[in-house]
Design a protein. Structure first.
Length: 532
């Protein structure tokens, strides 16, 4: 049957670009619903207020000549102003680039050179950016730097009824660049389109009990940094899509503050990394002080985790625990959501990474030739779907290594069972996932080897109850030189973020290498583990 053109036109929906989210929520949910509660700034915003402020800030960006496809960076801890900035950027059709404020100034300066943002939002609550360059390229979020452009989100003269449609009109345009750990000193930029992010949000709502059971009654606490895709896409944005409440706190608050806010704010959903879960298990006495029984679901993501720890956590807290087999390149959840019954399921499945797959996502496990492996065999995990990244920003060679024939090669080695459960085995490359952060072993090695008394280093991750993986470095010193473990750790912290510094140091005489002189980190790691 041929569908008449007039029917096609009638059925064609306007693309859902992310700048439209607040307005769509106001139209589909009570506008007086609480959208954001910022615990640091003591600010509450309804969805109507939030939408008006975003329109006002977007107009400010237009006045600053921000256009479609301009890159706008944001340097801020978690706050309502960070969220407003992201949405205002999307509203203008520009590309948001949230920066990790924990990176050192040299790395941040390199990132600004690489991405050349037209403007950068700057918050003084994050570590100060000393090299602000031209003042007219920075927007002061807190009124601290009078020489910078002001942050204007006053909606006094704005009406949603007269607002300009969000740009771009094409949902496949890039919305966000998320920085992820790479093998060089400058993180790769994962470019996600409006469509990819909306698809990832949809996967969460379909598969995650915390969203489809709580719906707009959900109260989500954002404690993980929103410059990461995991916290933004697996927590804040689905909550907003449903008209729920996002409770915002700065990401470097102590554990007790987080538990206090879960209690006081009747939080029902939270995204955390296993490091935080482990801290709760080590501080069980705090649960006698705070009532967190309102928690419905904890999304435990960012790194591999011991299933026995999850079982212990469920017994302690009594809520759902879920995670995703995914990465930033796969839209932060990959259409995979894990609902293993940790208390009653077959023990062989307890260390599986996922059980349920979205119908909007294809999955395969392949061998080194690209052929699918039979059930029970190891292989590399592949994704295909519209939740995937478009590219590594302006890095075509790295993109072509990652995406082949439409499939995203994750670099994760897994075993898939006949009932489609996925068991995580390890990574093909040398990225160490520690405390929810991706750290390049090569970057840490290069830094350590800059020490004048170090001959060479081999860096790898070892299983750790607190960090998931702890960065460990084997080091060969130059002749007649002496250093302590603390000397190496402190030297690394001077050049990298503190989370990128090794936790353990092992001084050895030689580092294993293959026939062409490349380091064999797995052999060094095996030697390290054998000695313990």
């Amino acid at each position: 049957m041929v569908v008449p053109d007039e029917v096609r036109d009638y059925r064609h929906l306007k693309p859902l670009v992310l700048g439209e989210f607040p307005k769509r929520v106001v139209e589909s949910h009570p506008p007086e619903n609480l959208a954001i509660r910022d615990l640091t700034y003591n600010v509450d915003l309804t969805y109507l207020e939030f939408a008006e402020r975003i329109e006002s800030l977007a107009q400010t960006l237009r006045d600053y000549n921000v256009n479609t496809d301009d890159i706008i960076a944001i340097y801020s801890k978690n706050s309502y102003k960070l969220i407003e900035s992201i949405f205002a950027i999307w509203k203008c059709g520009a590309i948001a680039l949230p920066l990790n404020w924990r990176l050192n100034e040299d790395t941040l300066s390199n990132l600004r050179q690489k991405y050349d943002p037209k403007l950068t939002f700057v918050s003084s609550r994050a570590s100060p950016i000393h090299d602000r360059g031209k003042p007219d390229k920075f927007i002061d979020m807190d009124g601290t730097y009078p020489e910078l452009k002001p942050f204007d989100d006053d909606p006094a003269d704005i009406s949603l009824l007269s607002e300009i449609d969000a740009q771009p009109g094409d949902e496949y345009e890039i919305a966000n660049i998320f920085l992820t750990g790479g093998t060089t000193g400058i993180p790769k930029g994962v470019a996600l389109s409006h469509k990819a992010i909306v698809e990832s949000i949809t996967n969460q709502i379909i598969l995650n009990k915390g969203f489809h059971e709580l719906h707009n009654d959900i109260r989500t606490l954002s404690t993980a940094p929103l410059f990461h895709a995991g916290a933004l896409i697996n927590g804040l944005l689905p909550t907003m899509y449903l008209g729920g409440t996002n409770i915002i706190m700065e990401e470097d608050n102590p554990l007790e503050d987080r538990l206090k806010h879960i209690d006081n704010e009747c939080v029902s959903y939270v995204f955390i990394v296993p490091t935080v879960m482990n801290r709760i298990l080590r501080n069980k006495h705090l649960l006698n002080k705070y009532d967190i029984s309102n928690l419905h679901t904890v999304f435990d993501g960012g790194e591999p985790h011991d299933p026995e720890k999850r079982r212990e956590f469920i017994e302690l807290v009594g809520c759902n625990v879920t995670n995703a087999a995914a990465q930033t390149e796969a839209g932060a959840n990959g259409g995979f959501i894990n609902y293993i019954d940790y208390m009653n399921d077959d023990p062989k499945y307890l260390n599986c990474s996922a059980v349920r797959t979205s119908m909007r996502c294809e999955v395969d496990v392949v061998d080194e030739t690209g052929e699918s492996v039979p059930p029970g065999e190891r292989g590399e995990l592949l994704f295909r779907g519209e939740h995937m990244m478009t590219e590594y920003w302006q890095e075509p060679d790295k993109t072509s290594d990652k995406i082949k024939d439409g499939w995203l090669y994750t670099g994760d080695i897994v075993r898939r069972y006949s009932d489609h459960r996925i068991q995580y085995i390890g990574r093909k490359d040398d990225i160490i996932i520690t405390g929810g952060e991706n750290v390049s072993a090569i970057l840490v090695e290069d830094t350590i080897e800059k020490h004048p008394d170090v001959q060479e280093a081999a860096v790898f991750g070892v299983d750790d109850e607190e960090w998931g993986e702890a960065i460990t470095s084997a080091i060969v010193l130059k002749n007649n030189k002496e250093l302590t473990e603390n000397d190496i750790i402190q030297f690394t912290k001077k050049h990298l973020a503190s989370y990128q510094a090794p936790k353990y140091i092992w001084f050895i005489d030689t580092i294993d290498k293959n026939a062409v002189g490349k380091k064999q980190r797995f052999k060094v790691k095996d030697r390290y583990l054998d000695r313990k």
